[in-house]
Design a protein around this ligand. Structure first.
Ligand SMILES: *Cc1c(COP(=O)(O)O)cnc(C)c1O
Length: 526
């Protein structure tokens, strides 16, 4: 059964046949560990070298049959064979974010010091819930939290915690806003007593373009989607603060309770930045919790050119940061911050076996006191090695570059008859749609743009996203790759026009009467 690859060759020197304990990572098995890591490394290298497109274009129906022959109960007993299988089931048809023509979602290419950190942190496998499972790991995380808090503009009263990402950070924010209000105004402790009778009156205000995780959080904390008031945006897709004020006043008149305002500094679609100074003033005036969702825009914290975009975030009560978006870190790597660290105790739970109160009194740092998670990855090591190897300035420069590219692309296509731009980029996204040279109704243009997105995905030559704006279908580039340049943009725009033209060609219009699926052309014909 055991094939003669180098992994088993190393093993057979040591001991044969393999015992279960031979697979455990410890000092006796460093040879096999090394051999398997090197095999994995070589596979990744050859795969990346051979990848000329961000995607193969495979459809689920084409990929799924390969899984039919895989019997999980019949192990391969060989690292080489198992890796070969991973190559066929996954790597050959993965979506590659490092490719310059991957421009779809908020997925960044990642910097290699962080990948190196992944190797270390998963090998040692510290869990960052308590000091007695992590030691120096806890201090590394805390030092990075303090560093980021300072970059935000918070003072020493601030604190934070690494999270799985923006969704968890936003959930923490809504949870703390709720519990802080209940304690402060009604001495009602939600953690102990559950939701108060007036919880159905709580309202959370956020722009119509904020991330859906705000709604999800409202649902999870027992307030429901109905608690989220969607505030209109202005012509630049930023929260309209007059509307905000109006909505808050309406709420109060109805006898409801404004709980929190969520400003988004970098909306997922447009990269638009809500006016944080004005929002902070309104929050102060009414005594409302202000949360800033900087999941996307956080990279400007280390930018020389664009740091001013986040001016005002230091006035927030809490902030969401996603290092796995604009700090070029591998998933997952995010954090949540509060201006006043005492607020984090609203979620603290002391478990006797883990983080007893006595340890807190002794001054033992147990990060689980501040987290929704218990067992937690040492994700902060990725940011640590990144900052220690590259320096924060270099992260900022990468973000500057992709923002610059979005602005340049906007200029380039401003007067293109086939490209209708819809906004001036503030960060690194570009939202636009294809329009034909002749008159066409919006529903047909919608279908054309959806057709274009699917056809490009199927071709695998590039990956672009689409979104709906005011009921109409648009295409979106999310530019996060410093290896992407204007030539790549031009290439992808050419593909967009090609498929747009194809959609409106008479034969294609006939084909599209029954099916909105792309009529697939051979890429050789391009
Ligand atoms: C991506 C995003 C989130 C969600 O973050 P995850 O890390 O995907 O959980 C929240 N807010 C904004 C503005 C985002 O762009």
């Amino acid at each position: 059964m055991i094939s003669a690859d180098s992994f088993t060759a190393v093993h057979s020197e040591l001991r044969a046949p393999l015992e279960p304990i031979d697979f455990v990572f410890n000092r006796n098995n460093l040879h096999s560990y090394e051999a398997s890591v090197i095999q994995g490394l070589n596979l990744i290298k050859s795969q990346i070298e051979a990848t000329h497109q961000p995607f193969s274009g495979i459809l689920p129906d084409e990929l799924a049959p390969r899984f039919l022959n895989v019997d999980i109960d019949q192990p391969l007993h060989s690292v080489a064979d198992a890796l070969e299988e991973v190559k066929s089931l996954y790597l050959n048809d993965a979506v590659y974010f490092h490719h310059p023509k991957y421009m779809a979602h908020l997925n960044c290419p990642i910097v290699y010091p962080a990948i190196l950190a992944e190797q270390i942190l998963s090998s040692i496998n510290s869990s960052l819930d308590t000091w007695d499972q992590s030691a120096g790991g806890t201090l590394i995380e805390q030092k990075l939290l303090d560093w980021t808090a300072k970059k935000i503009g918070f003072d020493a009263k601030a604190d934070g915690i690494f999270t799985s990402g923006g969704t968890q950070s936003n959930l923490m924010a809504m949870l703390l806003a709720r519990d802080n209000y209940c304690v402060k105004e009604y001495q009602h402790n939600v953690r102990e007593q559950g939701l108060p009778s007036f919880s159905h009156k709580f309202r959370i205000f956020t722009s119509e373009l904020s991330h859906f995780s705000i709604q999800k959080s409202a649902a999870l904390i027992g307030l429901g989607y109905d608690a989220v008031v969607s505030v209109a945006v202005d012509e630049n897709f930023r929260m309209d603060t007059q509307e905000l004020q109006q909505e808050i006043n309406n709420t109060i008149e109805l006898g409801l309770i404004p709980l929190a305002v969520v400003a988004t500094t970098g909306t997922t679609d447009f990269g638009s930045i809500d006016p944080t100074h004005e929002i902070a003033n309104i929050c102060q005036q009414y005594g409302i919790w202000m949360h800033v969702d900087a999941a996307y825009g956080c990279g400007t914290l280390v930018s020389k050119q664009y740091r001013h975009l986040l001016s005002g975030v230091e006035k927030a009560d809490s902030i969401t940061i996603d290092y796995h978006k604009s700090f070029f870190q591998p998933v997952s790597c995010g954090a949540f911050f509060v201006k006043d660290k005492s607020k984090l105790s609203l979620i603290t739970h002391h478990a006797e076996y883990l983080n007893p109160l006595s340890q807190r009194q002794e001054g033992t740092p147990n990060l689980v006191d501040k987290s929704l998670q218990t067992t937690r990855r040492f994700d902060s090591l990725k940011l640590w090695l990144t900052l220690r190897v590259m320096g924060a300035d270099n992260i900022g420069r990468i973000f500057d570059q992709v923002i610059g590219l979005a602005k340049l692309s906007h200029q380039h296509y401003q007067s293109d008859v086939n490209i209708e731009l819809i906004h001036q980029p503030e960060l690194s996204t570009l939202v636009f749609r294809y329009i034909p040279e002749f008159d066409a109704d919006d529903s047909n243009i919608d279908k054309a743009n959806e057709y274009i997105r699917k056809a490009i995905f199927r071709s695998g030559e590039a990956v672009v996203a689409s979104t709906k704006v005011r009921g109409k279908r648009y295409l979106k580039f999310t530019l996060l790759n410093p290896a992407t340049n204007i030539t790549h943009i031009n290439d992808v725009m050419a593909l967009i026009k090609l498929f747009g033209h194809e959609y409106f060609s008479p034969q294609q219009v006939l084909n599209n009467i029954d099916e909105s699926q792309p009529h697939l052309v051979s890429m050789e014909s391009i």
